[in-house]
Design a protein around this ligand. Sequence first.
Ligand SMILES: O=C(O)CCC(=O)C(=O)O
Ligand SMILES: [Fe+2]
Length: 333
Amino acid sequence: MGSLRVVDISKPSGETTSSLFEAATLQGFLFIDGHDFSQLEVDELYAISQEFFCTVPAEVKQKYSIRSNNIGYTDFCNENLDPRKARDYKEGYNFGNINFEDGTLNRSIAEGEPEDSIPPYFKDREVIIQNAVKKLHANARKILGLLAISLKVEDVNFFVERFRPAEVSGTVLRFLRYPLIRESDLDDMFDPTIRAGAHTDYGALTMLFQRQGEQGLQLQVDGENWTDVDFVASTHPGSAPPFIVNIGDLMSYWTNGLLKSTIHRVKFSPGETRQSDRYSIVFFVHPENDSTLIPVPSKYIKQAAVLKHDSSSMTASQYLQKRLAETYQHRIT
Ligand SMILES: O=C(O)CCC(=O)C(=O)O
Ligand SMILES: [Fe+2]
């Protein structure tokens, strides 16, 4: 497999949708250029993420530990993306239950549920994060609309109607930090080269910013070999680099496997030459909680059915709960 396709969505055309379709059906991974994020905006998000992980004391971060609603802080070795392997050496913070219309983060939705308060460090920088999630969600809806066209879905609004900005969904913004590991830091607890175990994503789409010199993401397209995802620069001056988009399990269910939810992981080579930690910013896009996972009405999908999934009786939120339970294995409440 060569490097990933770059699709520019700034002026969508027939070529854009066919390119998107090819990448989503063949690799399940691609780069999106022509989004509306400037380099400055993304740098600001990285700066917030970095300062949070490196300056907020561990006991404060732990006060906001991740709960079963997938909101909060996840500590080193808490998560098992590949449940057969060692736990992941990374830390992260998830914002969830977001209202993408007004940008409210971590809103409480179920009556009687304790509120997911935002760590004060983030609270002080809330507006920047709110603006970013609103834009991420708008970009996601644009990509979903283009996918609906490329799939020839009978109702071209099929996807966007299931991702309304103010409705409750499992959509999450996640800051991740994978610390640099030196030979002297190694112990037997974990495989030092695997930073996030092999997995597929649980949602519909994932959007991911990675920085130059901090690669490590790998895909397994053929079920055997791992391919590195390189860094790609934007063709638009002043713009942030293209973000990576990958197809998640729900989109695969919706399309009878026509769009690929590809296995991936984060791995660094032993004796790696990086000088710093790796940070990534990930936006996991989920449909409204009660969306069912029926194949979308498209002749194309009927004809091309690759996989018949037995998921039609499940909703998006039931599927998310099932996958989170496997990942955390009783380590969250
Ligand atoms: O950090 C990355 O590059 C990818 C992380 C990932 O695949 C995930 O959290 O689902
Ligand atoms: Fe992932």
